[in-house]
Design a protein around this ligand. Structure first.
Ligand SMILES: Cc1ncc(COP(=O)(O)O)c(C=O)c1O
Length: 461
């Protein structure tokens, strides 16, 4: 009898079936997590040093968040915002508006960062149309920058590697240089470079015609596309003045930096004289336990738009009671544990440790960041700041060495590697001193292992 053996059907698979085959990064199958640690199916433990992409701000499976989720799921799972109100929505909007302070009295919730950014663009545009400024439609962003993964938000992001996809397909933005003080491309010094970056913003507004410019969107502290670079107060002040002078809305993408990542609850608190007009946040707000994002806007704008056309675009899951309950528990935990203060202390220790590591590792060209949000830029040569070749996929290689040393760090090749290569270190706000030390030890071992490979391959001397 002939037995036919058919090959197993190749169906399903995890998300990475969609990722580039060329990617060399190993993705462990994680089956369990607690606090800062994750375990794969073979029982290997990893320290989650960047909370995924700066999401898990209180560690994994946090008891307070788990309990809030379970309680809310058992009481009221869902109430669609176009047909009903829910108390968690009311409570969370009030708490966030209180934290943000004057100018941010209204809050709209989404299911994540990209949606929140998209909502901000829609809101800004609809407000302009409703208030007799319909010619304002141009968006200006920084290059490099990242503002989300939907068609609209990826099209405005300052990363030219997607330009063939967006060309003729989506509305793109006008890019102006981002302050990148480690490699100042404009001006002889970092300070000149930053002021020139601000001047370029104003020049671009004038070139487009101020009456045609709707908004300038920026991450107040560079996200993954820039590696946690922190602009100077002078740059931020200049940006605010330029936007005000030309009636351009200043939009802060605080999707990464909100929820205490940089020290205060919002990064905007670092520059009190450069307050934005609109703010979006996400990531840490749900702390990895529930998907949620938020747009914060002034009552004057929201109420005026409500009087005119209204702003009724809704996602089925916006202001979801379970997601709002988790976010409220995040705020409670931050308050109860005085975690903003704790995060600042931990951040200072982490900075000292990373700077010491930079002294010891020839691969570390730059360490930059603020609060508990740090990037480690790796280079071929520290003195000249020469980059490692992009086709050697340096961040992927370092991520693999980190995994081999029980450490998970986040990095994504951005802008085709044109601006350099870095990995992100962003432990939870409640990380202990010992956990941060362990991150530093494991990172140092990973860098040393990668350095040996690079030397053997003749990529560094
Ligand atoms: C600065 C910034 N904006 C927007 C987003 C998009 O957020 P989400 O992935 O939650 O849609 C991200 C995500 O990495 C981000 O880093």
């Amino acid at each position: 009898m002939q037995v036919s053996v058919s090959a197993p059907l190749d169906i399903g698979g995890t998300q990475d079936r969609f990722y580039a085959r060329a990617s060399s990064v190993r993705l462990p199958m994680i089956v369990r997590a607690s606090g800062i640690r994750m375990w794969d199916e073979a029982g290997n433990a990893y320290l989650d040093a960047s909370g995924g992409p700066m999401v898990s701000c209180l560690g994994h499976c946090h008891p307070r968040l788990v309990a809030a989720m379970a309680r809310q799921a058992a009481t009221l799972d869902y109430a669609f915002s176009l047909v009903a109100r829910n108390p968690r929505n009311l409570e969370l909007a009030g708490r966030l508006a209180g934290l943000a302070g004057p100018g941010f009295e209204r809050v709209a919730f989404t299911s994540g960062g990209s949606e929140a950014m998209e909502r901000a663009l829609q809101f800004a545009r609809q407000h302009a149309v409703a208030t007799g400024a319909a010619s304002r439609r141009a968006i200006i962003v920084l290059e490099p920058s990242y503002h989300g993964g939907t068609i609209a938000t990826s099209a405005i992001g300052g990363d030219q590697s997607g330009s063939a996809f967006h060309d003729g397909f989506a509305v793109t933005a006008h890019a102006v240089p981002a302050p990148m003080p480690y490699r100042p491309s404009l001006g002889p010094s970092a300070a000149d470079h930053e002021l020139e970056c601000a001047r370029r913003l104003e020049a671009r507004i004038r070139e487009l015609g101020p009456e045609r410019v709707l908004a300038f969107v920026m991450e107040p502290v560079g996200g993954v596309s820039r590696g946690a670079n922190v602009p100077s107060p002078g740059y931020m002040r200049a940006v605010r003045e330029i936007c005000s002078r030309h009636g351009v809305l200043l939009v802060f993408d605080e999707i990464v930096t909100g929820t205490g990542r940089t020290g205060p609850f919002f990064a905007m608190e670092h520059w009190p004289d450069a307050r934005p007009d609109l703010v979006v946040l996400a990531k840490g707000l749900g702390a990895g336990h529930a998907p949620i994002g938020a747009l914060l806007a002034p009552a004057a704008m929201v109420d005026r738009l409500a009087d005119a056309s209204g702003f009724e675009l809704a996602f089925s899951y916006n202001a979801n009671p379970i997601a709002c309950a988790v976010a409220l528990a995040v705020l409670d935990e931050i308050e109860a544990g005085e975690l903003l203060q704790a995060g600042r202390v931990r951040g200072a220790e982490l900075e000292a440790g990373l700077r010491a590591l930079q002294e010891r590792s020839p691969l570390v060209g730059d360490v930059r960041g603020i609060g508990l949000y740090w990037a480690v830029e790796i280079v071929a040569d520290r003195a000249s700041k020469a980059m490692l070749p992009a086709d050697a996929r340096p961040t992927e290689a370092l991520r693999n060495h980190a995994l081999a040393n029980g450490l998970m760090v986040y990095a994504r090749p951005t802008s085709g590697g044109r601006y350099g290569h870095w990995v992100t270190i962003a432990p939870p706000l409640n990380a202990t001193e010992a956990e941060c030390r362990e991150i530093l030890d494991r990172l140092e071992r990973s860098l040393a292992a990668y350095e040996r490979v690079l030397r053997a391959d003749g990529l560094i001397r």
